[in-house]
Every structure is written in structure tokens, then in C-alpha cells.
Design a binder for this molecule. Sequence first.
Ligand code: AGP
Length: 520
Amino acid sequence: MCGILVYIGDRDPYEVICNGLKAVEYRGYDSVGVYAGKIFKKVGDVDSFLKNLDRNLSMPIIAHTRWATHGKVEDKNAHPHEYGDVILVHNGTVDLPPFPNLKSDTDSERIAAYLDNMEGSFLDRLKNLNLNGTYALVIFYKKDKDKLYFAKKDTPLIIGIGNNEMFLSSDIAAFIDYTTKYIRLEDGDYGYITKNEYKIYNKGMEVKREIKEYDKKQDAKKGNFPHFMLKEIHDQLELLPEIISQKIPEDVFDILKNNRIDVIAAGSSYNAGLFIKYLTNYDLSVYISSEYSYLMRNPEYLLAISQSGETLDTIKAVKLAKSKGAKIISITNYLGSTLASLSDFIIPLGVGIEKGVAATKTFFSTILVGYKLINKINIEKIRAAILEGMNKNVEVIDQDSKIFFLGKGINYPIALEGALKFKELVYCHAEGLPAGEMKHGPLSLFDKQAYVLFIKSEDSIYNYEEIKARGARVNLIDFSNEYSQISTLVYFQRLAYHNAVYRNQDPDKPRFLAKSVTVE
Ligand code: AGP
């Protein structure tokens, strides 16, 4: 869950670093580091790092934004790491024993030491790299100054191919201002880039990988919005025709309707999967990706939901099901993602890049897949439902409150999503519950300190009365249109956004989190 940006070429190094680091910052943002002739690294965000960065930089550039896994958030644990003749950046986690004279507490520096201690040419070392864990690695080897080496397993790494310039990054967004040609590396790939060429190997053999062209329409800009998240909430309205036009392959309609399907996903994507189950009433069993291996029963079909297509928990579950013969259907926003490459059928979300760490328009587009499956798409009514959610007043919720989001039936996954958005951005404990379940325990918490967002439905009214009787403050969510869940969703997104902004917290980059969770 880190961001990598690497460049060899003739451009101004400072400009490339600025653009690239800002683009990958969403992947991890507790520390930043660059090797460009010298190593500079510091705890903090990209903006403050860039302000203090020496402009006297040389090629090649290896830059990294960190999201801590091994070792605290401290300067010494930021990347790049240097050991002997090796300088590297790493995304992922590995198990390696310690080496003498390490300067950090990271697993990444151990990889540098391990590589430095190996014998043979650097390509041979990468061929023989036998690491237990996940990694995207980019390495500057001091004895080979015109090359940058790389190796990848289970976390994304992409080569950007320009004219007399090359990039390596965790995300196309890091180099999209310079080139639209890219190669998505596969697991086990290793090799090197120079200014003019790249070589990719796998198990000792040189391999060719398809060069793809990125569609620039997907480029993400904030425009006049103060934050990406607010822009992305509004995108739900702007992009509605585009979202609706995303086709579900004919075969997928039949498969989903007529078979028992395991659904796996994490976070918001899990909530969206649950929503689709309630909405369609299809025979779907929805699992949290990281729990799936304990419960799997050799499914014929697996539906994996992941906006990024890179969530490691989900990818691992997909690989497991695939190894048992399951056919994979995926819902994803990234057709070039690892998930897409593992899938037999893909349902695209088509909402362009989502930069805010909190899923908004991708969640919305995922639940619209449910409406498409049951042929309930009325664009005008959906637009009106979004506007209702946009227009309801949001209030600032006292930070000391015990916050509950309650809903029954199809409103339950929306309650879960409301609570997830709130805790993710506002840093307050919030719980999403099925309204009928609260009397089986949680009701004891519903005193004057409790603040309840209660999604009204005909069958939940008794629960509402039960809560009121205990003295809790209740915000009744009472949208009565045909797509009331969409109105409620938009309202909950805005509630979390405005409460975060009110507390001076950055809604685009909530603390401790990252957009694409590529570690276990
Ligand atoms: C949602 O707001 C979160 N950022 C998070 O729960 C996210 O949905 C989860 O990590 C799954 O991501 P994915 O859809 O890219 O797999």
C-alpha cells in the first residue's frame, strides 16, 4: 500500500517527482522519499516534502510514498533504503531474517541487504529471488548506473513507455501526463528499464507483454471542488449516463440469475455486494474476502467486487477459487487491473479514476449493477433521487456521541456503508446495524449520548419507537422515492464529508488508510 514512481529520461527531475508523487500519494501518505543522486526521505505528506526538496537532482529518479507496515512512521523507515550497492523502494510485505548493520525496522531494507549479499549478475539475483511475501520492487544497483531493475509479485507495477524515457509506477496516473503507453507486469516478472528500452523476464526466459494504450478521458482532475471526494460525490450525477451505459455481458445475466454464486469483496465493495443480494434476491452468498478461505466450498462461479481490482485480500481469494476450478466474474473500475486479468467475465464500473480514499462513485456504480440485473433503471428517477440526497441538510454530529446507522432489509447495507464512511473520515466510532438486531444487545447503549441515523421503512417503525423511548437522539432518514436507497447513500456520503471537513480533517486522505490495499 505504497506508491512507487520511477523515471529515466531527460525531463526536469523535480517536475516529474512533483507530478508523479502527487498522483500516487493516495496509495500511502505517512512518509515520502526520493533517490535522485542522493536519498531524501521524511515523515509527512508529499506537499511538505516537495517544499523542502533540494532542486539539485540527478537521474534516475526513484520515488516512494509510504504506508507503514513494518516499522513505525519514522524518517529512517521511509523509502528508499540503501544497503551496500543496492538502493530500492518496495511495495508489499515479505518475511526475511535480519541482516547486520540495518538502519531501519523495515522488511524492505532486508530485501536490499538480501540482494546485496547474493552472488552473480543482478538479473540472476532477481531470477533467484525467493521471497516469501508480496512485492513490487524497483532497484538502483550502483554497479549498473544506466539501468533500473524491477521485480513484481502480487502487488501492481506498471512500465510507462515514452520517447527516450521510461517510467515504472504502481499506477498509470503517475506518468499519464507524459505517456499513455504502458505495460502491466505480471507476477514473477523481473527485468530492467533504461532510457530507451525495457527487458522483461519470467523464470529465466525473456517474455513479451502486451503494450496497452490508456484512455485519457479517465484522467482525474479536481476542478473547482475543494476536495476530490466532493467532486466524486457530484460525479454520481454527472456520470450517470456513462455509468448506465456500462454493459453487463449477456452470459453474466444468465449465470448470476440461475446459479448459486459466492460473492467476495472488502469494505465498501462488500457492502455493495450485500446490497446487490438484497436487491436482486439472487442466490448470492456474500463473503468478506479475507475470511473466504476459511469458508469456501468449491464454487462453480465466484463474483469478485473490487473498484481498484488490486485489493490483495480479494485477489488471493480469487486465486484460491480459481485454483479449485471456479469461473470468475468481476465488477471493477480498472480493466487493466490484476483482478480483471484473472476474470472470465468483467462488469466495468466506468466512473473514471476515483482519487478520494473513500469509495463514493465506485460504490454507487456497483449498486447500479444490481439495478441493471433486475432491469430497474430509470435515469430521470435516479437523477432525482441523487438530487434529493444532495439537498438534505447535513448536521455536525457531536464527536462524543455513540453513533449508529440503522436500517432494515435493503437499507441495512446502506446503513453499513454510512457507518463505514463516517468512521473512515470523521474518526468517530460508528456502527451500522440491522434495525431489528439492536434490541438483542446494542439497545443498552441507546441513551442520550447515542445519535442514531435511522433509515425509515414501513417495517422498521417499531424499532424507531423503541429507540425514541430510550432517549437517544434520532435523525430520521425518510426519503420516499422509488430509489430511496440512492438518496440515503448520497446523504450519508455528504454527512461524512462535511463532518470531516468541519473537524479540519482531509476527507481525501483519511489517516492510516490507503486507496488500494495491496497488503494482507
Ligand atoms: C471504502 O471507503 C474504503 N476505502 C475501503 O473499504 C474499500 O472499499 C476497500 O478497501 C475495498 O477496496 P476495493 O473496492 O478497491 O477492493
